[in-house]
Ligand binder design. Sequence first.
Ligand code: FES
Ligand code: FES
Length: 154
Amino acid sequence: MPKYSITVNGTIRAVDVPADTPLLWVLRDELDLTGTKYGCGTGQCRSCAVHLDGEIAYACLVTIQSIGDQEVLTIEGLSDDLSHPVQKAWLDVDVPQCGWCQPGQVMTAAALLEEHPSPTDEQIDEWMSPVLCRCGTYGRIRTAIHRAARGGDR
Ligand code: FES
Ligand code: FES
């Protein structure tokens, strides 16, 4: 009998793992959803950003036992066909370099636009600068977020 049932990307998934297992490892190792990236495991890099009931959460810090009825959204669930405005803008602007941080960037940008549909540069920097990108893609991230906010126009 699985110990936990959680809703991930709209589907109820059952897992049998210890109570203190981080959501990050449930997603990656139990559910084969490897889009959510491991960087630090301590809440510092934010590469593991997902949405929990629409709010940003860091999957390395969230234990399976704490999720309850909250709905988990990962990068795989943002759209079926890369049609989310943030994904489209990311592709149009060609944001990624190595790609390691990008799922966390995209999930954070999607949450930012939910809260601030027309964000200022300052709001973008406040939200996005803590999501560490060792490749320095922040300029393109800012451009892509403005593009997504405008509905895809340059
Ligand atoms: S892996 Fe979660 S914040 Fe770095
Ligand atoms: S694209 Fe390489 S770490 Fe961000």
